[in-house]
Design a protein around this ligand. Structure first.
Ligand code: CP
Ligand code: NVA
Length: 305
């Protein structure tokens, strides 16, 4: 089976370090990026909306010499028009990588099981590994490395923090997660992260979580697909907002991160996200650099098998 990236722990610590290193090098010297996808197609399937992921993926493919083929869910009808497995088999006959944003993570697993072509998770209900790659590059750029840096995630125990938790475990970042009761990170995931040697602490109080940390990270209170829960979530998360009082409790050089899209006045105030400690635009730009490194590595790894 070809190597895929459905969650960050599909990578070893050295593979992850290699990806971050390539991303950083090619960001500084774009002309040194290989033409790893010369003449090849990459399928980009979206069951949910996207601005950053789609644009960064298309340009990552283009900059490696390949051709991106972006497809919306309604054009394909996964498990409606034909099965996820058949969609994967068809796309694999034209494309060297299949990347997909899906509601159900199980769809990605079925696609990856059906073909000998790398499958990349562009966000599922439980994981957002491409986001975590960009997050790690951003933290590394700001602090000159990752080992021992402390990151507090304040908010929903969702797909974004799940992938960040695996990324932290593989790179020596310390993660503290503060979520309202009922919205915590999945316990099995926390166990798995700890088994990988990760330092992950769950606390309820956001003020306790951010004390002295290097990074304060948050995400939307209501993720795509959870819109019916929006009212209940807005109530439950009301005191998990990142504002300047909370930021002031973080370390002196702390930065603010958000995967975006952001909802000013909900999970973060405009003062913080639009202020001097916010690195959200650098983080968004890094989506392209890290995806370029990932796509090149996946096809080169498959070719060398
Ligand atoms: N952060 C992120 O994945 O953004 P999009 O949903 O716009 O792709
Ligand atoms: N947790 C969010 C991330 C969006 C990039 C969602 O799944 O909608």
């Amino acid at each position: 089976m070809a190597r895929s990236l459905l969650e960050i722990d599909d990578l070893s610590p050295s593979e992850l370090a290699h990806l971050l290193d390539s991303a950083a090098r090619w960001k500084k010297e774009p002309d040194t990026a290989p033409r790893a996808l010369e003449g090849a197609g990459v399928a980009l399937v979206f069951e949910k909306p996207s601005a950053r992921t789609r644009t960064s993926a298309e340009l990552a493919v283009y900059s490696l010499g390949g051709h991106p083929v972006a497809l919306r869910a309604e054009e394909i009808g996964i498990d409606q028009r034909e099965s996820a497995e058949d969609v994967a088999r068809i796309l694999a006959s034209y494309c060297v990588i299949i990347a997909a944003r899906v509601f159900d993570h199980g769809v990605l697993m079925r696609m990856a099981g059906a073909v000998n072509t790398p499958v990349v998770n562009l966000l599922s209900d439980i994981a957002h590994p491409c986001q975590a790659l960009a997050d790690l590059l951003t933290i590394s750029e700001r602090f000159g490395g990752l080992e021992g840096r402390r990151v507090a995630f304040v908010g929903d125990g969702n797909n974004v923090v799940a992938s960040l938790a695996y990324g932290a475990a593989l790179t020596g970042l310390e993660l503290i997660v503060s979520s309202p009761p009922g919205y915590e990170l999945n316990e099995n995931l926390v166990d798995r992260v700890r088994n990988l040697g990760g330092s992950i602490e769950l606390v309820t109080d956001p003020h306790e979580a951010v004390r002295g940390v290097d990074v304060v990270y948050t995400d939307a209170w209501t993720s795509m697909g959870q819109e019916a829960e929006s009212e209940a979530r807005t109530k439950a998360f009301a005191t998990w907002r990142v504002d300047s009082v909370l930021m002031a409790e973080a370390g002196a050089d702390a930065v603010f991160m958000h995967c975006l899209p952001a909802h000013r006045g909900d999970e973060v105030t405009a003062e913080v996200i639009d202020g001097p400690v916010s690195v959200v635009w650098q983080q968004a730009e890094n989506r392209m650099h890290t995806k370029r490194a990932l796509f090149a590595w996946l096809v080169q790894t498959k070719e060398s098998e």
